[in-house]
Write a protein that binds this ligand. Structure first.
Ligand code: CA
Length: 234
């Protein structure tokens, strides 16, 4: 998941303070102090949100915001030194998502960042990453943005089950798929691979349960079923 927050701020102490608070809140802050560095950085890899100071060396926040809006809807929070400036900025219709005035409490900034990110996620459901992505070449599964390293068998099981969400497969079917050479393996082999796979998934994403055992029958992949709603512990 993209957790990168770009802090554009020419006061190092302030930038460091903000970085610490944002990191504690689970984000990955990156800091730039020169306005000229912002566009190249944003074009290279889009952050999840930008905290953009108004007065900057190189290029000011107003111009940077306009430039970014010409190609992206990335959430932008403008940071100004004077409360009177906010009215002027609103009048410019820059398309910033929020405005914060200095001096601010870092806690408040964290709260605003969360609120803006929540709002933009509500408006852009298409930017949500798919629940499960599989990379066969590297035996990697990405689940809700968390990357898992799988064994060959675990990968094959997840891939096979996920092709038909909701469909229940018996252990025999799964064994035929995993061991097409008719190798004799016990039912318990499948159970233990599934158990390990589920352990990896819940270890990476505790609120996600996607492989379900169906008593007496086998297993199914079902992302709709019994997903425990994620709890905001922030
Ligand atoms: Ca400044």
């Amino acid at each position: 998941m993209n957790n990168t927050l770009l802090i554009v701020e020419d006061e190092p102490k302030l930038a460091k303070l903000l970085s610490n608070y944002l990191r504690q809140a689970g984000y990955e802050p990156e800091w730039l102090e020169n306005g000229l560095d912002v566009l190249p950085r944003v074009r290279e890899r889009m952050p999840a949100l930008i905290l953009l100071d108004l007065m900057l060396p190189g290029r000011d926040g107003v111009d940077i915001c306009k430039d970014i809006r010409s190609f992206s809807t990335v959430p932008i929070i403008m940071v100004t030194a004077r409360i009177e400036e906010i009215d002027r900025l609103l009048g410019l219709e820059l398309g910033a998502d929020d405005y914060i005035c200095k001096p601010f409490s870092p806690r408040e900034v964290v709260a605003r960042v969360k609120a803006v990110l929540r709002r933009s996620a509500d408006h852009m459901p298409s930017t949500m990453p798919p629940l499960v992505q599989l990379d066969e070449g590297r035996l990697l599964a990405t689940i809700r943005g968390h990357q898992l390293e799988l064994t060959v068998v675990e990968f094959k099981l997840l891939e096979f089950l996920s092709v038909n969400p909701g469909r229940i497969y018996g252990r025999d079917q799964l064994m035929d798929h995993i061991y097409p050479d008719q190798r004799i393996v016990s039912d318990r082999t499948i159970d233990s691979h599934i158990k390990n796979l589920r352990k990896k998934i819940s270890g990476a994403s505790p609120d996600t349960e996607i492989i379900h055992s169906v008593y007496g029958v086998g297993y199914k992949y079902d992302p709709q079923d019994k997903i425990i709603p994620s709890v905001n512990r922030g």
